[in-house]
Write a protein that binds this ligand. Structure first.
Ligand code: NAD
Length: 338
């Protein structure tokens, strides 16, 4: 709240973490220690604009390395932790779940333990403001029917190895709060989109395939519904939770912006047609002819949607970006950054 904080961010070289760090550097006085293993999912270029800032420190390392994590706490003495490091791609979790168990569960355990030991030794004025903010996903709640919304009271019902590993990490965070009094916060966000997302995810995959005239795969009938939120809106919500959230509480974050996967792909094709009029597929819905329905994902959840009224009323956060503009800007960004 007005103080310049030293924030230890795990996974800061990923899609959301890098957006968070760019935002913190541009809009706040806080400093950042980014602990990232630089897996295939990381993109160091996403932080090239800020790497020479005095307020930014990068450590290449694994959150599962307990000695390293403890030494980072001792050396940097952070005021807060924002934990984003994770294996994040559902399809990869189905093909090979081991890395998800390791990073998402064991890695979270390591960070919690290092935080607990560090927190216990803090003088009371520092302990009072220390926070451990765990970044989770709405996927831990499983599937919604056509009506209704997820909120903070929802029962856990994860479907995939990814969401089960995230649910496990949430439970550890809740236990470290209840048992050890660690000042934790949890946020559950819906699907993010925006610049620098890895091309394995739906929106960048669709854009890159369409530009090169390759087939655009859609799982099953494409009627699965997701609630899309621009990554910048998510980042603003995360900082609201970190600086104004109530210890021990959790917050669902969403865009009130439901679309089927097929609608999202069709919207991208529409934007591409107007943004690239010279492309040979730009006329007569040519990009849409690339759509191929492929065998559905195993255990695929039908619908996710968020009731964000708690964060809106308690922390005064609402999404600012419209999906129409946000998606067009994202398509433009991928065209400029192939
Ligand atoms: P991402 O896959 O783009 O980035 C993950 C980052 O974590 C990468 O930089 C990677 O190098 C790092 N990492 C992975 N394993 C590590 C380890 N063992 N030690 C240190 N660093 C490691 O993911 P993202 O989309 O930016 O998601 C960030 C967080 O937000 C995740 O916890 C994810 O579950 C959550 N989340 C994502 C979304 C979404 O739509 N992308 C929605 C809700 C919640």
């Amino acid at each position: 709240n007005g103080h310049a904080l030293k924030i230890l961010i795990s996974g800061g070289s990923g899609f959301i973490g890098s957006a968070l760090i760019r935002h913190i550097m541009a809009q706040t006085p806080h400093s950042v220690i980014n602990l990232d293993k630089l897996t295939y999912a990381a993109n160091p270029l996403s932080l090239s604009s800020i790497t020479d800032s005095q307020r930014y420190h990068f450590i290449k390392g694994d959150i599962c390395d307990d000695k390293l994590v403890k030494s980072v706490f001792e050396h940097y003495q952070p005021d807060a932790v924002m934990h984003l490091a994770a294996e994040s791609h559902v399809d990869r979790s189905i093909a090979g779940p081991a890395a998800f168990i390791q990073t998402n569960i064991v890695g979270t355990f390591n960070l919690l333990e290092a935080s607990r030991i560090f927190f216990n030794d803090l003088p009371s004025h520092k302990a009072k403001r220390f926070r451990f903010h765990h970044i989770s996903t709405d996927e831990v709640f499983g599937d919604l029917p056509q009506t209704g919304y997820f909120n903070e009271q929802n029962a856990y019902a994860p479907s995939s190895p990814y969401s089960a590993s995230k649910a496990s990490s949430d439970h550890l965070v809740k236990a470290w709060h209840r048992t050890y009094g660690l000042p934790t916060l949890i946020s559950y966000c819906s699907n993010n989109y925006g610049p620098y997302q890895h091309p394995e995810k739906l929106i960048p995959l669709t854009i890159t395939r369409a530009i090169s005239g390759e087939p655009i795969p859609i799982y099953g009938n494409g009627q699965q519904i997701r609630d899309w939120l621009h990554v910048e809106d998510h980042v603003e919500a995360l900082l609201a939770v970190l600086t104004r959230g109530h210890v021990g509480e959790s917050y669902t974050i969403g865009g009130n912006n439901e679309h089927t996967n097929l609608q999202v792909v069709q919207l991208i094709c529409k934007h591409l047609s107007t943004l690239m009029p010279e492309h040979h597929l730009a006329t007569n819905n040519g990009f849409e002819l690339l759509i191929r329905h492929v065998e559905d994902r195993l255990g695929h959840d039908q619908r996710y949607a968020i009731d964000a009224s708690k964060i809106t009323t308690e922390l005064n956060w609402t999404p600012k970006r419209s999906f129409e503009d946000g998606l067009r800007n994202t398509v433009q960004w991928y065209l400029a950054n192939s």
